[in-house]
Design a protein around this ligand. Structure first.
Ligand code: HEC
Ligand code: HEC
Ligand code: HEC
Ligand code: HEC
Length: 222
């Protein structure tokens, strides 16, 4: 009898301590999983910050080639790029039809599933104005920590400078694999994630960039 009680008691204790261990492990995993997201979260500044140096008035733009093969600047190109109008597209007849497929009354409402691909930084407290649609930082990365000229404007062909800027949140779009990965956050392979998908759409290609081209012919190789 006594032996039995002892056994149950020690078994119970062993079970409890296993549960505690599982809990403790679960907790520490949650902490580990939580911390990198915290250090990786950079704030957005919005497209107007880039205008200070990358619009038609400024010198940062030498030799940039636009959609028509002539001299251009990133801001003017973006202003006529379909990415710029990605937010207003939500309210088009096709946008409304797409929204009704997922029982969404207002595709532009806060938290609407459409926003994660049709605006920049949806859900972030520093997100730019949604009416800017898919703007600079949707492709180049949230810029609060790298927008300064000395943080990203002097990279040239220095891999170390690029690495430093990447650590501050710049996305190295010169690397085609990274570029494609970035486009694919919205141009998803699994089109069932897109109520707006039309079968008549041209399949996505990372090289289909003529509509928004705004870079030099020979981007410094890294
Ligand atoms: C204070 C001025 C300044 C601001 C603000 C600025 N840039 Fe730049 N940026 C530059 C200069 C200068 C260059 C180098 C251009 C060159 O090499 O011809 C540059 C280069 C770049 C490059 C190419 C990276 C490289 O160094 O080769 C990207 C991409 C870029 N800027 C994006 C942005 C975006 C997006 C914003 C807004 C979030 C922004 N910049 C804001 C000055 C600025
Ligand atoms: C996973 C990302 C994603 C989501 C979610 C998404 N879209 Fe889109 N949407 C895209 C992409 C990418 C395109 C451009 C497709 C192309 O032409 O290559 C697009 C295109 C469109 C277009 C223009 C299509 C045309 O042919 O005129 C409209 C309108 C649209 N989406 C509305 C919506 C609405 C409304 C929702 C929410 C109900 C939504 N989208 C959700 C990524 C998304
Ligand atoms: C749809 C994605 C996308 C958007 C939106 C976008 N860019 Fe870019 N940008 C690119 C790609 C791709 C390149 C070519 C690779 C590179 O140079 O980093 C590039 C290159 C650049 C360069 C470097 C040019 C060079 O020759 O080195 C600058 C500067 C730049 N972008 C600024 C901007 C600014 C400012 C905005 C907003 C007004 C903007 N971009 C919006 C994708 C984008
Ligand atoms: C934040 C989401 C997002 C990112 C990142 C993004 N796109 Fe888009 N893209 C869209 C949406 C949404 C549209 C549809 C805009 C509209 O029609 O109003 C679009 C439209 C386009 C179109 C025009 C399709 C057409 O024929 O009208 C091309 C081409 C394109 N994107 C290429 C790219 C490439 C290449 C990249 C990466 C360098 C990229 N996009 C990055 C969301 C994105």
């Amino acid at each position: 009898m006594i032996k039995h009680v002892l056994t149950t008691d020690s078994m119970l204790r062993a079970k409890l301590s296993r549960q505690m261990l599982t809990l403790a492990l679960g907790f520490s995993f949650a902490l580990v999983a939580g911390s990198p997201t915290k250090t990786l979260a950079h704030d957005y500044v919005g497209e107007s910050a880039c205008e200070d140096c990358h619009d038609s008035q400024h010198e940062a733009l030498a030799n940039i080639i636009g959609p028509n093969g002539g001299k251009a600047d990133p801001v003017s190109v973006w202003k006529q790029d379909p990415h710029h109008s990605a937010y207003t597209a939500l309210s088009s007849p096709w946008g409304k039809q797409a929204a009704s497929r997922v029982n969404l009354a207002d595709p532009t409402a806060d938290g609407a599933m459409c926003l994660k691909c049709h605006v920049t930084g949806a859900g972030s407290s520093s997100a730019p104005d949604p009416s800017d649609g898919v703007s600079c930082e949707a492709c180049h990365g949230p810029a609060a920590d790298w927008q300064g000229r000395s943080q990203h404007g002097e990279i040239d062909d220095s891999a170390a400078q690029m690495q430093a800027a990447v650590a501050l949140g710049l996305i190295d779009l010169r690397k085609m694999d990274i570029r494609e990965q970035q486009c694919r956050t919205c141009h998803v392979k699994d089109v069932s994630q897109r109520p707006c998908y039309r079968s008549s759409e041209e399949p996505f290609s990372v090289n289909n960039d003529q509509k928004f081209r705004h870079w030099r012919n020979n981007i410094p190789p890294l």
